[in-house]
Ligand binder design. Structure first.
Ligand SMILES: [Zn+2]
Length: 301
């Protein structure tokens, strides 16, 4: 009589362990895949984000972080809005720009969502670029390396208040462990330089200068074989990439460091999209694309 009870107990223990493991890794976590962590959003005029879009109609612009899973390793591409966004905004967003650049409450930071899900610790955070709506959560991850390109680190070293760009409140302080990414892996999908993070071609970074001098993009080839291309703010929407169009002119003036270089980067993405069937371009703020893919804890695999 004792044995069946013990067996049942052991079985229950084994099951609860496996449930805990699968929860920790997310629901049926992939070998290589990603999950979109939406931290906030804001409604904006469609014409600001989509070429030929209406200025009467409003669409959502997302503030997202992208959780990439590579076997036992987790990294974050961008942070979206971090825990301290309200005080950062008060400190560094100039009054006149507060009309144009806003975010909705509640903000649920990537750190909060990851901690709640009980995932294993991240290996590193990598920034597409250091603008305020991408780097807000850097200080939420003091224990991991924050990867940026060398030109972006230069922008970080010159961070200043008074523009909607790189903010001192988010990127200064000895606590941040910067890591300069070395694009040493050779050409990849038409890009002259790349950094193949795991040396297996599944998670690959490429320089995409223009929006900022050090902007980078990320290719992820998931379990199904589909390739996703995270392009940061090179373009704000997939529709803008398809149209090969730059941002609305006023937005361009406010945010793009080098407009002709940005257009060249957009054109390169568009060309790649035309020749690489099945490539899915994921702009950092594109709610239409992200809604279709779903959000953390759901995995794209
Ligand atoms: Zn942005």
């Amino acid at each position: 009589m004792f044995r069946p009870v013990l067996a049942k107990l052991l079985l229950a223990l084994a099951l609860s362990n496996s449930v805990a493991t699968s929860l920790a890794a997310g629901s049926s976590a992939p070998d290589v895949g990603f999950a979109i962590i939406k931290t906030s959003q804001v409604a904006v005029r469609e014409g600001m984000l989509v070429p030929g879009g209406s200025f009467l109609k409003q669409i959502n612009s997302n503030f997202s972080a992208f959780l990439i899973k590579h076997r036992q390793d987790y990294l974050l591409f961008d942070t979206g809005m971090g825990r301290q966004i309200d005080s950062q905004y008060q400190q560094d967003m100039p009054m006149w720009l507060r009309l144009f650049f806003k975010y909705d409450h509640p903000v649920v930071s990537a750190r909060e969502q990851l901690d709640k899900a009980g995932l294993p610790p991240l290996r590193r955070v990598i920034l597409s670029h250091s603008h305020w709506d991408h780097a807000s959560g850097v200080l939420d991850f003091p224990e991991v390396k924050i990867g940026v390109s060398a030109p972006e680190k230069d922008a970080i070293d010159h961070a200043r208040s008074g523009a909607a760009t790189t903010w001192p409140s988010q990127v200064t302080g000895a606590a941040v462990q910067w890591e300069i990414l070395d694009f040493k892996s050779g050409p990849y999908k038409g890009y002259a330089q790349s950094l193949d993070l795991y040396q297996d071609g599944t998670v690959v970074l490429v320089p995409m200068p223009g929006h900022t001098p050090g902007s980078i993009g990320l290719f992820v080839t998931v379990d199904s074989g589909a390739v996703y291309f995270f392009i940061g703010d090179v373009a704000w929407t997939q529709d803008a990439v398809l149209a090969g169009a730059p941002k609305f002119w006023a937005a361009e003036l406010l945010v793009d460091k080098n407009t002709s270089q940005t257009l060249a980067s957009v054109t390169q993405v568009r060309t790649l999209q035309q020749i690489a069937s099945g490539l899915v371009v994921v702009p950092a703020h594109d709610s239409k694309v992200q809604d279709a893919l779903g959000y953390f804890p759901n995995w794209v695999k």
